[in-house]
Design a protein around this ligand. Sequence first.
Ligand code: NAP
Length: 497
Amino acid sequence: MLDRKKQDWKALAADLEIEGRAFINGRYEDAMSGQTRETVSPGDGQRLADAANCGIEDADRAVEIARGAFESGVWSAMAPADRKMVLVRWAELIEDNADEIALLESLDVGKPISDTTGVDVPSAVRTIRWSGEAIDKVYDQISPAPADCLALVQRLPLGVVAAIVPWNFPLSTTAWKLAPSLATGNSVILKPASNTPLSALRIAGLAAEAGLPDGVLQVLPGPGGSLGRHLALHEDIDGLTFTGSTEVGKQLMQYSGESNLKRTFLELGGKSPNIVFADSNLEKAATFAAIAVFYNGGQTCTAGTRLIVEDSIKEKFVEMVVAKSQDWMPGDPLDPSTAMGPMIDAAQLKTVADYVDIGREEGASLMFGGHQVLADSGGCYHEPTIFCGVNNDMRIAREEIFGPVMSVIGFKDAEEAVAIANDSIYGLAGAVWSNDINTAHRVAAAVRVGTMGINNYFGGDVTVPFGGFKQSGNGRDKSMHAFDDYTELKTTWIEFD
Ligand code: NAP
């Protein structure tokens, strides 16, 4: 697949049949209102499909169907070993259709085809397969109760779960939510981001083909402010799992409190520190400093946007990172040599441009980039951008930009590096680079984030939990810990006569 050339992908794209209808009760259907919303490709601004624009009436129907499926036990009471077979088969079907799904994701999100074929699709497949394979190896507990008692501690599915996901990693985030929620026996309603519903809709059909019973999974494209809000306030939804902005995450907690106290788990924003000591492998650290910010155009919650560098090497190291940044000039997502695609839309492009202005006004020095490029393409492309002379009080060091903008901050010793790293409302991810095992471990332990790399950035796979400290959220995606978010613990206390 990777030896396909740009023109091959373009030809495949021209022939692609795109499904934009909602997925309800095992079938594709139009929104009840008949309304649609055009999805366009951020790479060239061209129309891709008309997706269903679901409203609250669709949500109510989907909840009723999901509740019926849950109560029937068709999935919730199925033996874990049988649920496993369905999930593993689903992963295989996604793998069988990998090129088509990767292409769909590239077109819908503007992600480079090398990323969607190499990362997004394989990650979704692995997540679904791993969760399926794990679920029939999970034992419940018997408590150390007195001899004339037997106390069972069981994990039971929550019931009906709503999952609301963002546009930056639509396929992998969808898999992170659906795999553990379905594996544990829930019925699920997924609301993709309005502008990127296509891969979730496609894989929902494959779930049915794999044997997922009707009504267990619904996918409803539609607006967050109405459809998403309605799901979050719904009295008959037991759990809500969300990935998105901290601002919306806070609203969802309130909606839970205003309605039925549904279990609400949030994966939110970040402003992650990437700390580089003078004694590290500087060549590797510079390569990853660029990857940490420019991968996915910086539209990554864990992006290492604060590059915190030891003062003694700062000048030299920034030169090295600037040199690496040349490799990240944006290009056509369907060109396999493209490392960075466009911003998701014109609004996001403007946000990035505004922050470049803010950085300049705050007195930071622009070392590289700073401009929109490829405007003639019809897409929303921005250069990789590096600011030096940043202090941690500046807005470009504190606020999530969600674009390819790096802020370089100096430090004199480990204590100061940790203080800068922790001086943030966020606590999602970070990394430290040092060849001194003591420095590396001491700093990694002191930085308050959910995932910390030592001498790597973006390390990790489905076997480890992912989530945030502080305002980066609560709950965890991936690993067996994800099962906790989708289950209640039930005690049964039995006494013998
Ligand atoms: P967003 O604006 O919070 O939207 C995320 C999802 O929530 C979308 O489906 C959106 O629907 C929906 N939504 C919006 N308002 C809502 C409301 N009032 N009630 C219910 N749902 C609502 O975030 P985004 O701009 O799409 O994504 C970027 C953010 O996600 C960044 O902050 C990033 O850090 C975060 N993120 C976090 C992680 C993580 O794992 N921690 C991973 C990826 C991204 P519409 O599409 O219709 O607006």
